[in-house]
Design a protein around this ligand. Structure first.
Ligand code: SF4
Length: 338
């Protein structure tokens, strides 16, 4: 079966005037399989949010999509549609209806002086004329999916709801137009651990019930372990590993993935063994030559400093590292994620 979306050689450039240009997303390619829950993982500044904004063609200025293709496969069609070739009006039509996104921190962006019902009605009507009663019926369905009581929540103002409830309202809003792809940018950041777990459980439930294709952006591998079937690891604007979740947690093949796993605290784990990755992500105006991770990589050698690795097939996954076989053979001591 064809994937829902094939991202090919996607590039997003920011023109910073006299400060130069940088490629926040630099030749990114991946597939989103129909009905699959995929996580896109990286530190802040890795390019994951910019990648997601490019998928819905809402990259903020001074950024712009400078290359690539976004191949959208309608079921039963022989040729894909390149979303980058659609006019702005055509793309606007597809947002929310085909691809919806819950933006990072958006629970604070709900209109404080409008009841939730009015905000949900406005969301639908800005894309599709529909009678109020029908929208409210659909809104109630979506609120129930996120385990909220419609009779109470529809009448409420945002300040009458907790942070976790507001986040669930946003997820419900994103489902209003029955999108086929739902992108969630750090949906549980800034929430307490119990609320986080609750929201992740709801997301998994919705994904299974509706067979939705989901792309979850996070910096937190513990979140990934609880939800996604597949993981894309992003570093300095590029995908460095793309693997099924279980395989990735059992044996990460890229040194950066390995570093992320070694740094993550676990509920049952001993914090003394946790080692953050030394150094920080590179300045993308002047990325290091060769492998972008080489200044932080314990395996780096002269080849890494000169030659840029490409994503290559590593038996059921893709990895961008000259020495992934050697990395894969070294044992990673990792406690189970709670
Ligand atoms: S290519 Fe070299 S520097 Fe880059 S991740 Fe692999 S071993 Fe490390």
């Amino acid at each position: 079966m064809k994937p829902l979306l094939q991202v090919r050689d996607l590039r997003v450039t920011f023109d910073l005037g006299r400060h130069g240009r940088l490629n926040a997303v630099d030749g990114v390619s991946f597939d989103l399989a129909r009905g699959e829950f995929t996580a896109l993982v990286g530190e802040s500044g890795s390019g994951k949010s910019t990648t997601a904004l490019a998928l819905i063609r809402l990259v903020p200025l001074p950024g712009f999509i400078s290359g690539g293709r976004l191949l959208w496969w309608e079921e039963g069609q022989r040729e894909p549609l390149d979303l980058l070739r659609l006019s702005d009006a055509q793309m606007r039509e597809r947002r929310w209806r085909d691809i919806a996104m819950v933006f990072q921190g958006a629970q604070n962006a709900l209109n404080p002086v409008m009841r939730i019902a009015e905000q949900m009605i406005e969301t639908v009507r800005s894309h599709h004329p529909m009678p109020r009663g029908e929208i409210l019926e659909r809104a109630a369905q979506c609120l129930r999916m996120v385990r909220l009581e419609p009779s109470r929540v529809l009448r409420a103002y945002p300040h009458e709801l907790s942070g976790g409830m507001r986040q669930r309202v946003l997820i419900a809003m994103s489902l209003l137009m029955s999108p086929r792809l739902l992108i969630l940018d750090e949906p549980t950041t800034a929430l307490d651990v119990i609320t986080q777990a609750h929201i992740l459980e709801i997301l998994r439930e919705i994904q299974e019930q509706l067979g939705l294709t989901m792309l979850l952006l996070t910096h937190d591998l513990a979140v990934v372990a609880k939800t996604a079937r597949r993981v894309l690891i992003m570093y300095a604007g590029q995908i460095v590993e793309d693997a099924p979740t279980e395989a990735l947690f059992a044996a990460p093949y890229h040194p950066y993935t390995r570093g992320l796993l070694q740094a993550v605290p676990t509920l049952r784990g001993d914090l003394t063994g946790k080692r953050p990755i030394p150094g920080g992500p590179p300045d993308l105006r002047h990325p290091p030559p060769g492998c972008r991770f080489h200044p932080r990589c314990p395996y780096a050698d002269e080849t890494c400093r000169r030659v840029e690795p490409t994503l290559e097939d590593a038996g059921g996954r893709r990895v961008a590292c000259h020495y992934w076989q050697r990395v894969a053979r070294t044992v990673l001591v990792q406690e189970p994620h709670g």
